[in-house]
Design a protein around this ligand. Structure first.
Ligand SMILES: [Zn+2]
Length: 142
């Protein structure tokens, strides 16, 4: 039986990718300048040049992540508090409406960084540093 060749060792480990994602850093170089302004992600990392916009629809996952975290971390506790009578129903509805809009805005940058982290955590060999410095093709070529 023929064995598959082993993957080369990772220059950037999954643990490093995880912590860089948690702290909003570039998964490839650890640079902390991923955003231009409040919400716009740089197309490429200004420090290492890694393409951050990985292709059309790549960040739909971050929107799903943002929605899920909003639902679990904010809206569910408000619903539970309202159902248990800890807060009045009208206050719960107001809080839920404000939170349903405000929480995703506040969590936007984190969800983008966590999505990048999750992608490269699952596919660490896609990182340019783990591919010998070669980045994936431009997003238009996907
Ligand atoms: Zn970088």
């Amino acid at each position: 039986m023929k064995q598959e060749p082993e993957s080369p060792p990772l220059v950037i480990s999954r643990k490093v990718i995880f912590w860089r994602g948690v702290f909003h850093r570039c998964p490839n170089c650890g640079g902390h300048n991923l955003f231009q302004g409040r919400f716009a992600l740089h197309r490429k990392c200004p420090d290492c040049g890694m393409v951050l916009e990985r292709g059309e629809g790549f960040f739909l996952g971050s929107m799903s992540l943002n929605y899920g975290v909003t639902l679990v971390a904010f809206l569910t506790p408000v619903l539970v508090a309202a159902l248990r009578g800890w807060i009045p129903p009208n206050a719960a509805v107001g809080l839920a409406l404000i939170g349903a809009v405000g929480f995703p805005i506040l969590f936007y940058r984190t969800s983008r960084c966590w999505w990048l982290m999750a992608y490269f955590y699952c596919l660490p060999h896609e990182l340019p540093a783990n591919r010998g410095g070669f980045d994936a093709p431009e997003s238009e070529e996907f």
